[in-house]
Design a protein. Structure first.
Length: 542
């Protein structure tokens, strides 16, 4: 029995857009108790389809054709008051980024209670009790404490559980999950997927799961829809779509899925050491008061390793393992509490003022989210030239170098005149890479540089980094929670847990013969492992 039936749906984009329709001729059904995955690259229309169901289309984007049939009627274009009665109560939605979806100024309990208040349900006391029950149902650790917390006080996985609790508060018959595991580490991702499957079975909901991760698709989907440029190009049972794809676009996406097997890697044992890290420490102290002891977190705890010229070392681990803090301490975006970071005989951890600025250009960082790390009010030309000009490069020379860098990362020199918001996510990441290269560094630190990109764009950026590393003889620290990505680009892998380095070795050995139990747990949590061998055979068969 169909819970939801979409027929010939078309949504028009504003004039001047790249194409006339966000989606066109989209038709599919969602059955009771079914998990339907919608996959595709950024801009394929997968999220737009979900927003049309929820009546949450952006301003200026309107449905021009088709129907969305739910409970015997077409809900497409219903008045806002009527849609408010459906949202949350009958169709719930989990948004991709909980930190921006949750109110930063409200406690978690109040935000869940607000769901009941908006629909005029329960008394204030009952709302708080029900909020606590929901937090227990989604297995949030210490729910009595979490209900009084603000969003920033919870981890990414915990915030995502809060979003699930809010989406399920009114027991809807349909749950729409829009990229709910993007940028989460593998163990947290596995927990969220298990929770959604558990709740689906318990409540008999139909689930529309939007994702660009085929590993997730392999783990949870009953059926799969593949979208490209607003059109459904293929749909069917999960095995048919993943292992017997018919459309060239689906085949391209499947080929772009990174495997967990590390290929042949170059041996850098004889190469000179370019970065020597010894006993690096960083401790954070939070809370505390008259009757409460402060909480001490050893974010980086006596971490030591060597990076050799031309080598890429992957730093992997869960959120909170200390991998990003380690990278930021090395580049001095965070001041370490102890230890040494030596480059060319100079301890970076001891430098200050002009000496630090002069040496810092040798080691540059690519950030996870280029949209927040690029100045939204500056054109790309200014973004790429600020650093070199500050270090004494003449303006004309800096602008010429910026044009060369844009071409080097696969963008046209005309990008100099545009703002960051005028580019796609993958293009913005290329600009972030160009900015990191503008000072001709010897070392790049890539902090989750591809975690939020879809598989084909991710593959392009990884290929670009590999090409630049070879061409410019760069060394790289590649921080990631995705072991599949680490397998593709890293020569060695170091695994961090609770601030400590628990394992380090050649990528192939760490991934195939892990010594530490924590490394084994990370490998076991990778989504889609059951399909690993079958997908490899499909890719090899062409």
């Amino acid at each position: 029995m169909s819970l939801l039936s979409i027929r010939d749906l078309a949504i028009a984009l504003p004039k001047g857009a790249d194409r006339p329709h966000a989606i066109e001729n989209v038709s599919f059904d969602l059955a009771e108790g079914e998990i339907l995955c919608i996959v595709g690259e950024s801009g394929s229309g997968k999220s737009m389809s979900a927003n049309a169901v929820m009546g949450l289309l952006p301003e200026g984007v309107n449905p021009v054709k088709g129907s969305v049939n739910f409970e015997g009627g077409d809900i497409l274009g219903l008045p806002e008051r009527a849609m408010q009665a459906i949202r949350g109560r009958k169709i719930g939605m989990i948004f991709q980024e909980p930190l921006s979806a949750l109110n930063p100024l409200m406690r978690i309990g109040a935000q869940i209670a607000e769901v009941f208040e908006a629909h005029g349900l329960l008394t204030p006391g009952e709302r708080q009790r029900r909020a606590l029950e929901l937090l227990r149902e989604v297995h949030l650790p210490d729910p009595e404490k979490a209900i009084r917390a603000y969003p920033f006080q919870l981890s990414g996985g915990q915030r995502q559980r809060v979003m699930i609790a809010m989406a399920l508060a009114l027991q809807p018959s349909i749950l729409i999950a829009d990229e709910p595991t993007t940028a989460l580490d593998v163990t947290t991702q596995a927990q969220i997927l298990t929770l959604i499957e558990e709740l689906r079975q318990k409540r008999g909901m139909g689930v529309i799961f939007i994702t660009h991760d085929f590993g997730v698709v392999a783990d949870i989907a009953d059926r799969v829809i593949v979208m490209e440029k607003g059109l459904i190009v293929e749909q069917g049972a999960v095995d048919d779509v993943l292992l017997r794809a018919k459309h060239p676009y689906t085949q391209k996406l499947v080929r772009a899925i990174p495997g967990i097997t590390a290929g042949e890697k170059q041996d850098f044992e004889a190469a000179p050491v370019i970065l020597k890290v010894r006993d690096l420490n960083k401790t954070f102290t939070t809370g505390g008061g008259w009757f409460k002891a402060p909480r001490v977190v050893h974010a980086v705890n006596k971490v030591s390793f060597d990076l050799r010229t031309g080598e890429t070392i992957g730093i992997v681990g869960e959120s909170g393992s200390g991998k990003s803090t380690c990278g930021r301490c090395i580049v001095r975006l965070i001041e370490p509490d102890g230890g040494s970071v030596e480059m060319g005989g100079v301890d970076m951890a001891m430098l200050k003022g002009a000496a630090l600025r002069s040496n810092r250009k040798r080691i540059q960082m690519i950030f996870q989210d280029p949209f927040s790390s690029l100045n939204p009010r500056a054109r790309v030309g200014r973004i790429l030239t600020e650093g070199p000009i500050a270090h004494g490069t003449p303006r004309r020379e800096a602008r010429e170098r910026a044009r060369e860098l844009l071409e080097l990362v696969g963008l046209d020199a005309s990008a100099m005149k545009r703002f960051p918001h005028e580019f796609s996510g993958g293009q913005r990441q290329r600009i972030g890479i160009a900015r990191a290269l503008a000072l001709d560094p010897d070392i790049l630190i890539a902090d989750e540089a591809v975690s939020a990109l879809d598989v084909s764009i991710q593959a392009q950026v990884l290929d670009l980094l590999a090409d630049l590393k070879t061409r410019l003889n760069l060394s790289m620290l590649f921080i990631t929670h995705d072991l599949r990505v680490a397998a593709q680009v890293c020569d060695r892998i170091m695994v961090m847990q609770h601030g400590k380095l628990v394992e380090i070795g050649p990528a192939g050995k760490v991934l195939s013969e892990p010594e530490h139990p924590y490394t084994r747990s990370l490998l076991d949590a990778i989504p889609g492992k059951a399909y690993e061998q079958a997908l490899k055979q499909v890719v090899e068969a062409g």
